[in-house]
Design a protein around this ligand. Structure first.
Ligand code: MN
Length: 202
């Protein structure tokens, strides 16, 4: 029951989030699979980093978001798997519901594991290194588990896409699907606009 935890946390009569169809084999070809980063202003602002594997989106919550600076290793807490169709979910989760707040598709694209190792093996070892082909995030990245089953670090590997100068979070704050800021999404989705705006650059 790969999505049991995802479904248990949510009331689909209240939230517009996708219920998720049964995890399906989905071929993206050439070892490339979907990745998505969703900016989520819930109780606190964070970035949900998701990698497609075995028919679901394996997910981490990254409070500070990704950094292009390889010396900035960002805490990434493993959270429940999400359905594949979550990748294009952007909108408002009602206050009082799980994850209540505003969700933006901050980046989307494909990824490829660096080694020929399969995802499950690398995940079990707590060492995932992969190439991202997103609209904002590119090049080689790693997720390394540091403590317990849930605590990982997300960081950029040194390559031509690494940068100490560019703060990608500040410079590219908009949705890659709709160009909206969090406040725009909240306004159009009947959400808490002021709360959402605290996640947008001032
Ligand atoms: Mn979240």
């Amino acid at each position: 029951m790969p999505l049991a935890e995802y479904r248990k946390k949510r009331r689909f009569t209240k939230t517009p989030e996708p219920k998720g169809s049964a995890p399906a084999r989905r071929q993206t070809g050439g070892g490339r699979r979907l990745f998505v980063v969703q900016k989520h202003r819930a109780t606190a602002l964070h970035y949900d980093f998701r990698l497609e594997a075995n028919g679901v989106l394996v997910s981490w919550a990254v409070p500070k978001g990704p950094s292009l600076d390889p010396s900035q290793k960002r805490l990434a807490m493993a959270v429940e798997d999400h359905p594949l169709d979550y990748a294009r979910f952007e909108g408002t989760i009602p206050e009082g519901e799980y994850g209540g707040g505003t969700v933006m598709v901050w980046d989307i694209g494909t990824y490829e594991l660096e080694d020929d190792e399969d995802f499950a093996t690398a995940y079990k070892k707590g060492r995932l290194t992969f190439t991202l082909r997103g609209k904002k995030l590119k090049g080689t990245w790693s997720l390394i588990r540091t403590r317990g089953p849930r605590q990982w670090l997300l960081f950029k590997r040194t390559d031509r896409y690494a940068s100490k100068a560019v703060d990608i979070i500040e410079e590219k704050p908009r949705s890659v699907l709709t160009r909206r800021l969090l406040a725009d999404i909240a306004r159009q989705g009947g959400g808490d606009v002021e709360k959402a705006a605290t996640g947008d650059p001032r």
